[in-house]
Design a protein around this ligand. Structure first.
Ligand SMILES: O=P(O)(O)OC[C@H]1O[C@](O)(COP(=O)(O)O)[C@@H](O)[C@@H]1O
Ligand SMILES: [Mg+2]
Ligand SMILES: [Mg+2]
Length: 348
């Protein structure tokens, strides 16, 4: 009697393309002997909200949720209606799910304390990433970081629970609403990607155990800011051009990151004279992607320090970000550490 190949080995089942996200989460829970299922449930809650936001993004042009919301967020940025819709959808899923005690969101000035006496986890989230691309049908995303609270369950939330360095993340991921919708995440045991099959309402494993190529030929940076870059960044980008690397910049962090994760490349959003700390936010943009890229064998820094080692001091603090293939990020760091005169000698 022939047996179906996959039955043979439970462990390989987890990596067989086509397995559903729910089943994969259940199987991977086995990797954590003390797991009690709360984190698994939280990941499922996030996936559910992602399906709803996916539906909203797909029909943004048809419904009246395109365009500006008419308010600015704590960053002083004009909120898009979809920023607000996505924020509400994730807030609802995270609070109803019951596993979360506090949320940090790009769209909320302060920490959302869910007053949940049994909630073990803190979530930092960028509900809608790439807002400038919403109305022009270009890929956008969601970014999330998950931490275990530090103070005893049921006690008041303190800054100790919120201001944790990225190295304390227990899970992180992003959703990419693009030509296909994908969810990519890590719990510290590698990175896997799932593609959404809307007709079945399921995410299926499509990219098991993603590894970032050691190096690549793609660099992603907003060249419109060149006049504001420090000389090390100018020299690095010039070196990329000398080496005939491809310039690719979508303007949605999740989409630029995802491409470079799969193909090899570097994304840079450096400090500029007008934004001395760069533009991207440490708690709900940089930390999550840094955890993923390191789990995939790549690197993330602010040009000097490892992103995951940065101790947060403010909810919406920004950080310069160099992220992607290890060899390329190290090369960019070396250019940033070169002195003006060294750069002058180099670029002659
Ligand atoms: O327009 P710029 O300055 O190049 O900035 C683009 C960057 O800003 C962002 O849109 C910031 O994220 P939000 O859209 O979540 O605010 C990133 O996705 C993107 O990489
Ligand atoms: Mg963002
Ligand atoms: Mg955003």
């Amino acid at each position: 009697m022939k047996t179906f190949p996959y039955q043979a080995d439970q462990n390989s089942l987890a990596y067989s393309v086509g397995i559903t996200l729910d089943r994969y989460i259940k199987l991977k829970q086995g990797d954590f002997p003390f797991a009690s299922g709360e984190l698994s449930q939280l990941l499922r809650d996030i996936a559910l909200a992602a399906k709803i936001v996916n539906r909203e993004t797909n029909r943004a042009g048809l419904s009246n949720i395109g365009g500006a919301f008419g308010q600015t967020n704590v960053q002083g940025e004009e909120q898009q209606k979809l920023d607000v819709v996505a924020n509400i959808r994730f807030m609802r899923a995270l609070s109803k799910g019951g596993e979360v005690c506090a949320i940090v969101s790009e769209e909320e000035d302060a920490v959302i304390d869910l007053q949940n006496k049994s909630g073990k986890y803190v979530v930092a989230i960028d509900p809608l990433d790439g807002s400038s691309n919403i109305d022009v049908n270009i890929s956008i995303g969601t970014i999330f970081s998950i931490y275990r609270r530090k103070t005893p369950i049921g006690s008041p939330i303190t800054s100790e629970d919120i201001m944790q360095p990225g190295s304390q993340q227990v899970a992180a991921g992003y959703v990419l609403y693009g030509s296909s919708t994908m969810l990519v995440y890590t719990t510290g045991c590698g990175v896997s990607g799932f593609t959404y099959e809307a007709s079945l309402g399921e995410f299926f494993l499509s990219h098991p155990d993603i590894k970032a190529p050691e190096t690549g030929k793609i660099y992603s940076i907003n060249e419109g800011m060149e006049l504001e870059w420090q000389s090390g960044i100018k020299a690095y980008v010039r070196d990329c051009k000398v080496k005939k690397y491809q310039s690719r910049y979508i303007g949605s962090l999740v989409a630029d990151f995802h491409r470079n994760l799969l193909k090899g490349g570097i994304y840079l959003y450096p400090a500029t004279f007008s934004n001395p700390n760069g533009k991207l936010r440490l708690l709900y943009e940089a930390n999550a992607l840094a955890f993923i890229i390191e789990q995939a064998g790549g690197k993330a820094s602010d040009g000097e320090s490892r992103i995951l080692d940065i101790q947060p001091k403010a909810l919406h603090q920004r950080t310069p970000l160099l992220i992607g293939s290890k060899v390329m990020v190290e090369a960019a760091e070396q250019f940033m550490q070169k002195t003006e005169s060294e750069i002058h000698t180099f670029s002659r």
